[in-house]
Design a protein around this ligand. Sequence first.
Ligand code: IMP
Ligand code: MG
Length: 175
Amino acid sequence: MAESIKVLIPEAEVAKRIEELGRQISEDYAGKQIHMICVLKGGVFFMCELAKRISVPVSLDFMSVGSYGDGTASSGVVKIAKDLDEALEGKDVLVVEDIIDSGRTLYYLLDILAKRQPNSMRLCTLLDKPDRRVRDVKVDYVGFEIPDEFVVGYGLDYAQKYRNLPYIGVVEGVE
Ligand code: IMP
Ligand code: MG
């Protein structure tokens, strides 16, 4: 069977939810500046759309992490492949992720970032798969809770493909 994508969350629904999140975040951070940290590569589409919906001043930085070891399940030991350009000290940091699955990546990453003494740090994810959680991470803003299915689009990939889909989909026809 050929690989195909079934739409799980249509483009308009994603856009509407991001607008709501942007409004909520703007209210919560009234009078402050948000230092948004994008976890590459998956978080980049969401971060750009979200940043456009936030009405308080923002600054942006990027980092890339990978987990040590092989296999599809993350080992939980995070290796920083590309670190942030700027210090976090005194900043109101909002970490922006594409999806939280086991929670291992974020658990380690938030620990590393907290040691850099931001004034505050919150976490925003487009998607959350709570059924899969192994590590307890406190998520402050969630776009959508989804069932335990492998999803693509809006930054999320399957073997580096499909990141550019403007909706969230499920890959069908793969073993
Ligand atoms: P975890 O929370 O440490 O298990 O890992 C989360 C990372 O695994 C995410 O940042 C994604 O890169 C990847 N991931 C988890 N679930 C999916 C999925 O359904 N589609 C695409 N990537 C996923
Ligand atoms: Mg990711």
